[in-house]
Design a protein around this ligand. Structure first.
Ligand code: BF8
Length: 643
């Protein structure tokens, strides 16, 4: 691949050239040094869970030393990915829930309840008495109830009840309703230990169960608690891409996933003393931008610009204009520390569970959150005079409208008094909107960066499929101008008409990766609203992660599928060396959960799979022929009655 072919994002080519001049090694260089990558690992048939191995399954050696088959090995590897992904999302949920409890106990003085309505809604979901009780009392009960979901041992997690009734029954019947968030993850680690569970389908069912504990548990709780603490997102006009970095201000990038610290950094950056200090150091001000999911969290709530997605984290440092990158957890390349050595950038890690050699470590402490944030901002401000004269900020930046929480979509469609997804269902039934796709997930340097996301999304909207987005996929489409109302010009006639009538883009940014739970809630509301079947698997909807790389993406895909949503992944597929395990995932899951996985790296072909799936669902619902609503007069009604 030439530099120009590595991405459709024009910031990439220029910064790759700068990196070469500055003799900095980046993710693409390291990938090249890894080639050719191990096929056994890529296809899921390398086992290293015990010291008799590692074993690789070949035609000559069909069994591992213990006798495990390719299918057992691939299924075990696959659900270990689910376990890790579910653990990451859920531990994030636990982290914000602990802050909620600290707030209730008066131990997190810098935080507030920003959305009291959401607090009441969550309390009601948990069966917590609201009545005349004080907010503080309700808050304490909610925090304890949320935390109890992680360690629950019996029964099932509470939020499963947010799904349509038919779906809940199916989960129970299939034995995949998660009992507790942590329990299902631990059980995966137990079952995949040497010599425990060897039946591929049995293993994959546990993967479904743990993933549901993520989607309807850890992730959903993370989203709700963050909405309580920081506010439920509403539409905002934002900017995306590296052009949001500032030539003459102190640039601080917040990167990772938890908004606990970044919310405080936003506040600290407005501190008069620090702003004065910035001026004393020759800067015009303090510019906060976001990266990856932490970036999306503060973008959605504070209009903070987003500097980029996963593959731009190193490039941001290469601009030479970043005084500090403040990181918390997940998707932070350890290479950042090396790249930063060539510039003046300080990498500041903050999570007690995520340390990076070669970085400054300032441990996050919710009792002194704002003070800590100020300390971090001060380090960045004092670093401004150290810029090395190697500054090159790309021009590219794009406006976008983001902040489409489920509540906002409801309100935009139905208005304040009749907030509902009814107009969405009606437009699906009358055929203006063919269906809905959730396009989410990461970037992966193995494919042309951002291109697969953008091509897939463009093809979908061209076919009247409305697109809901989260994570790095959302940032990719924001950068490409697909999240402004004018993007309706790329949509098919029906979708365009609806977008223009409601005043929304055809591609909606719903937030970070834990916010995929918002997509589950929106889909459940579509079922409950009526007219589109009585289970999530009846809906003309689909999911996709076309440039995935992380285990979290596998957990997300698995809970989409286990929730009845057909899901297509691109790049590579981690069980291709095991025929039966792959068959269960691609063909047999439909009989268990009402949906299958699919693998298709070509975005146009992936879009075709999604459209064909949506058309199949429309046919099953009897709405495959576009119908306009006909208003019957009295004569017509009498005719009907006569029949
Ligand atoms: O959780 S999309 S690269 S940043 S894993 Fe990571 Fe993937 Fe981006 Fe957010 Ni999600």
């Amino acid at each position: 691949m030439t530099d120009g072919e590595k991405s459709i994002d024009r910031t990439v080519e220029s910064l790759l050239q700068k990196a070469k001049q500055d003799e900095v090694e980046l993710v693409w260089d390291r990938l090249e040094l890894q080639l050719p990558q191990c096929k056994f690992g890529q296809q899921g048939v390398c086992c290293k869970i015990c010291a008799m191995g590692p074993c690789r399954i070949t035609k000559k050696a069909e069994f591992g030393v213990c006798g495990a088959t390719a299918d057992t090995i691939a299924a075990r590897n696959f659900i270990r990915m689910v376990a890790s992904g579910a653990a990451a999302h859920s531990d994030h949920g636990r982290g914000v829930a602990l802050t909620l409890l600290a707030l209730a106990n008066g131990e997190a003085p810098d935080y507030r309840i920003k959305d009291e309505q959401k607090l009441i809604a969550v309390a009601l979901d948990f069966g917590i008495e609201v009545g005349e009780r004080s907010t503080e009392e309700i808050l304490k009960d909610v925090a304890k109830a949320v935390l109890a979901e992680f360690g629950n041992q019996e029964g099932e997690i509470r939020y499963l009840k947010k799904a349509p009734l038919r779906r809940q029954e199916l989960w129970r019947k299939q034995g995949i309703a998660p009992r507790g968030i942590d329990r299902e993850i631990v059980e995966i680690m137990h079952r995949t230990h040497m010599g425990v569970d060897h039946d591929p389908e049995h293993l994959l069912r546990q993967g479904m169960r743990a993933s549901l504990g993520d989607g309807w548990g850890g992730s959903m709780l993370a989203t709700d608690v963050q909405d309580i603490l920081f506010g439920t997102p509403e539409p905002i006009l934002g900017e995306a891409n590296l052009g949001t970095l500032s030539e003459d201000e102190v640039n601080i990038i917040v990167h990772g996933h938890e908004p606990l610290l970044s919310e405080m950094i936003v506040v600290a950056a407005q501190d008069k003393e620090l702003l004065d200090l910035a001026k004393q150091n020759g800067a015009k001000g303090i510019n906060i931008t976001g990266m990856c999911c932490t970036g999306l969290e503060i973008l959605m709530r504070h209009e903070i610009p987003i500097a980029g997605n996963f593959l731009q984290q190193e490039l941001a440092v290469v601009t030479g204009a970043v005084e500090a990158v403040v990181v918390d957890i997940q998707c932070i390349m350890p290479a950042l520390a090396n790249v930063a050595q060539c510039y003046h950038t300080k990498i500041i890690s903050t999570s007690p569970i995520a340390k990076f050699p070669g970085t400054i470590y300032i441990e996050f402490d919710e009792e002194n959150a704002l003070e800590m944030a100020k300390k971090i901002v001060r380090i960045a401000v004092e670093n401004f005079p150290n810029r090395l004269g190697k500054v090159a900020i790309p021009q590219e930046k794009m406006e976008h409208i983001s902040g489409f929480s489920y509540e906002t979509i409801n309100y935009l469609l139905g208005g304040v008094y009749r907030a509902s997804v009814r107009p969405l269902n009606d437009n699906i039934i009358n055929g203006r909107i063919r269906g809905v796709a959730g396009v989410v997930g990461c970037n992966n340097p193995k494919v042309r960066y951002d291109w697969v996301h953008v091509e897939l999304v463009k093809e979908l909207i061209k076919n009247d499929v409305a697109v809901l987005q989260t994570g790095c996929s959302a940032i990719a489409c924001a950068k490409e101008g697909l999240m402004i109302p004018e993007a309706a010009q790329f949509a098919g006639a029906g979708l365009r008409e609806v977008c223009e009538a409601v005043g929304i883009p055809p591609v909606l940014n719903m937030g970070s990766c834990v916010d995929n739970s918002r997509i589950l809630i929106a889909a459940s509301a579509m079922v409950k609203e009526g007219g589109l079947g009585d289970d999530l698997s009846d809906l003309p909807v689909a999911g996709a992660a076309p440039e995935w790389m992380s285990e979290k993406a596998i957990s997300i895909g698995q809970y989409f599928v286990a929730s009845g949503v057909f899901t297509v992944f691109g790049v590579t597929w981690p069980t291709l060396g095991a025929e039966e395990t792959t068959r269960i995932l691609f063909e047999k899951m439909e009989g268990i959960a009402g949906a299958n996985w699919a693998f298709e790296p070509d975005p146009i072909k992936a879009a075709k799979l999604i459209v064909a799936h949506i058309d199949g669902k429309r046919k099953a619902l009897g709405i495959d022929k576009a119908r306009e609503r006909v208003l019957f007069d009295m004569a017509k009604r009498r005719e009907l009655e006569a029949v």
